[in-house]
Ligand binder design. Structure first.
Ligand code: DOR
Length: 454
């Protein structure tokens, strides 16, 4: 289907930007939303494509503040083409690419490269995040102003923290003038040491080095102190512990400009999955233990942490869900747990796994949509103006999903080159049916191809 006029009929329309949650229609003309809710027959142009969306949810396309497209430098793990196809399949229409590439995104030429490659190859909109420090080496500040002018929407040394507190202070001070957030990967490296999973009973049982929650929390505390000192815009990447939420809550109560994201895996699975997964052999080490696809930074935590994260998301203390999509080649994961790379391939399972919270009654469906659309857009600001709403005249970036469809995760069916998911073989409930960018269908599920579009 091209980008001619399109009518999505009879969907449950959820637009967190306007508070709309009602069954109705969406008319798209010239790649923009032409009407939403009620659409009269005389508004519909001749030859308009129609999608019968009864029983489906239509909402603004999802926005991901945190994914790793690996290009340039690590095309054997992912490319802009494969990563954005995965995004489209996951319902994402705008994604931010982290700069831990080779070369890293630390100068305007690499930002330009990413923009040109995305124009040629990408299925969805790609927004570059540039490095805080030159070469991601943590010593000298990157040319932040030049990078912002070239199109960077935020700054991060993700994969590594900004370890030097004075450098972080400077970056936060500049973030004020630039109006763009500093996204920190909070990890005290001296505390995380050689750790490969969360410190605790499961790590002890498996004989693996643990990472204490304090490795994340102490860095968050430092960053919050620096945000207070500078008044800068701090965004906390992938927070994962109950203690981190406590710090975030306090910072927000004090009126600081601090925001935070949480990943689907930290909301839904625990360190038990390193032992063998829930529903497998939950009690003791066995054939399912040491699955390297569970190795991620921050590590999978306890049920207590998961419960606290879900509650904080529902209360709006955590601003948004971000995937931290971290695809890896097979060799990086087919090795011992110690040797394996950190990271999970998430874009294609994000909706299905986070819908678990909705089906369990711990998060409203509209709140989930909020945390995937308006929430992330609000963190970055102007670059996403109009991309998280279905208002008339805004770009027709739309996700259409079946909230109840059950499916079994098969990584071999991923569009992503990264097959590294602990969810292989797991049944999820909730699946993207189609994704539109500027009114053009960039993804349609196999099951929906047999009927809905006419
Ligand atoms: O598990 C992770 N993998 N966490 C990060 O912060 C970086 C990422 C990667 O780039 O592989």
């Amino acid at each position: 289907m091209g980008s001619g006029p399109l009518l999505i009929k009879g969907a449950r329309i959820i637009d967190a930007s306007s508070g709309m949650d009602q069954v109705g229609h969406i008319l798209v003309v010239d790649g923009k939303i032409a009407a939403v809710g009620q659409v009269s027959q005389d508004q519909v142009p001749d030859g308009c494509q129609t999608i019968d969306a009864a029983g489906l949810v239509a909402c603004p396309g999802f926005i991901d503040l945190h994914c790793h497209l690996r290009e340039p430098g690590f095309e054997f793990k992912e490319t802009i083409a494969s990563g954005t196809r995965a995004a489209a399949k996951g319902g994402f229409t705008s994604i931010c690419a982290m700069p831990n590439t080779e070369p890293p995104i630390d100068n305007a030429a690499v930002v330009d490269f990413l923009r040109f490659r995305s124009q040629a190859e990408a299925s969805v909109k790609v927004f570059p995040i540039a490095c805080v420090s030159k070469g991601r080496l943590g010593r000298e500040l990157s040319e932040m102003e030049e990078l912002a002018s070239a199109g960077a929407v935020a700054f991060s040394d993700d994969g590594d923290p900004v370890y030097d507190a004075t450098l972080m202070r400077l970056a936060l001070a500049y973030s004020l003038d630039l109006g763009l957030p500093i996204i920190d990967h909070c990890q005290d490296l001296s505390l995380s040491g050689n750790g490969v999973m969360a410190e605790g009973a499961v790590a002890s049982r498996l004989g693996l080095d643990g990472i204490p929650a304090a490795a994340e929390e102490s860095m968050i505390a430092r960053d919050i102190a620096l945000a207070q000192l500078t008044g800068g815009r701090l965004h906390l990447a992938h927070i994962s512990t109950a203690g981190s939420i406590h710090l975030l809550r306090q910072a927000k109560d004090r009126g600081l400009r601090v925001t935070a994201e949480v990943c689907p895996h930290h909301l839904t699975i625990t360190d038990q999955w390193v032992l063998g997964g829930v529903g497998k052999d939950a009690g003791a080490a066995g054939p399912f233990s040491y699955d390297t696809s569970t190795k991620v930074y921050p590590p999978l935590r306890t049920q207590r942490d998961v419960d606290a994260l879900v509650q904080a998301l529902a209360e709006g203390v955590i601003d948004c869900i971000a995937t931290d999509h971290a695809p890896h080649d097979a060799t990086s994961k087919q090795c011992t747990y110690e040797e394996a790379a950190f990271g999970i391939s998430v874009l294609e399972t994000a909706l299905g796994s986070t819908m678990q919270m909705v089906h369990q009654g711990s998060l409203g469906l509209a709140d989930l949509v909020h945390s995937l659309t308006v929430g992330p857009a609000g963190v970055v600001g102007p670059a996403f103006d109009g991309l998280a709403s279905l208002n008339t005249g805004t770009p027709a970036d739309i996700a259409l999903f079946d909230p109840d469809l059950e499916w079994v995760v098969d990584p071999q069916e991923f569009q992503s080159q990264g097959k590294n998911t602990p969810l292989a073989g797991v049944t999820l409930r909730g699946q993207v049916v189609a994704t539109f960018v500027d009114g053009k269908m960039v993804y349609q599920s196999e099951t929906s191809k047999t009927g809905a579009a006419s």
